[in-house]
Design a protein around this ligand. Sequence first.
Ligand SMILES: [Zn+2]
Length: 499
Amino acid sequence: MENGGLAELHVDRGVDRGYVGNVYLGRVVRVLPGMQAAFVDIGLDRAAFLYVGDIWPQMFDKQGGGGGNDDDEDPGVDEDAVEADEDGPPREAPRPGQPNIQDLLKEGQEIVVQVAKDPIGTKGARVTTHVTLPGRYLVFMPTVDHVGISRRIAKDRERRRLREFVDKNRPKGGGFIVRTVCATQTNITLKQDMNYLVGIWEKICGAAEGRKAPAPLHLDHGLVLRMVRDSFHDDVERMVVDSPKLYEEVCAFMEEFSPELKEKVHLYRGAEPIFDTFGVETEINRSLGRRVWLKSGGYLVIDQTEALVSIDVNSGKFVGQGNSLEDTTVRVNLEAVKEVVYQLRLRNIGGIIIIDFIDMDRESNRDKVYRALEEELKKDRARTNVLKISEFGLVQMTRKRVQEDVVRYLSETCPVCEGKGSVRSRQTVCYDVFRELQREAARAVAKETLFVNVHPSVADLLYGDEYPVLEAVEARLGKRVVVRPLLHLHVEKYEVYSK
Ligand SMILES: [Zn+2]
């Protein structure tokens, strides 16, 4: 929560927690030269997907042994990308001169991989051979010979201190990303974090030697400890936990890594649900809706499609005209900027996002809204990329996300419309029924009566507005039609029969 309001929502229900960050000894089950990718069995329901761009020459494979840096080949870390994103190095984009997948992997080969993206729907997990191990202050990359410093550490002197210290102390062939929080930490603290992470990697390598694929080698913390590790620093006022067991776990973690922050952890003992006490419940409900209201009376409409998420900004009732119309528009757009970024974080929306602001005549105003969006996005820890606002008032942006988004996690496809968001109108169903009656009449020439089972709301229409048409159908077919309302029928479904 920030300033008393919900800022981000992360959900983990234990049974189906994500796999991102876990390290496995996997077996290559198929190499797909056409796609420059491979399927790797890591012991999950579906084989994981490994793209050639995610295979690093120095990867750990059991034949080659421990991730050693035998050749001088540069792994080609994109310095800017690493530093722009303190969560890890880039995982996409094959580099020119990249070897073919069939030269790197063969079926049956055992390799160490880390899950980069959770399985979503029918897609298997996405894995990389490039293991990154996040610590409290640093991120360890055992197979990348590189030290990256978070761009958000601005002071040159501090950057130099950190780079020199980490460079001097890192293991041969391995690298680190120095997170923003390092700026206030002593060398001793950093060294502890480095030792801790190198220790984890040694355990992983040891486990890989002794096991047969597929096997888990290292499971990342559950959500709560991961959040604590990554986000619980000086700037956090307090942490409230309503599970005595988790409370103990968090305290033990803080004891080990940041004892000075331990007193900020509180056990919640209230009678009402913790989400009610802190107003989280109402915000969750708001974040599941398609329409989100703004204080000015405007609103956002958020739609998720397979390809992208569209956010439409609406003014509601305009109050101005002429010059003041443009002013009102800008005001609503600026208000929308804050809510859009809030919703992006809260829903954890990823991929391509299109924001349709209300049209503004003046370029200076479009610039103003665009700059406000850029500014507001600084609050977002996820990596985003925003293109300039177009003349139609459209903004195209991308947002990087590894976990599934919250709305999808908390929802399932509507069983009535199966996700279309609309069903055949009742009137359309009536006319489907009329045509089916005609077919049935042709099949059952000898029968005098035809029966129709429909949803009660369709039956209402057949005996209401559409009754004259029904009568005409009866007259034309020379048969009686009996309509039966059945509550359990889907609105779009009907049964026509004779007996
Ligand atoms: Zn529906």
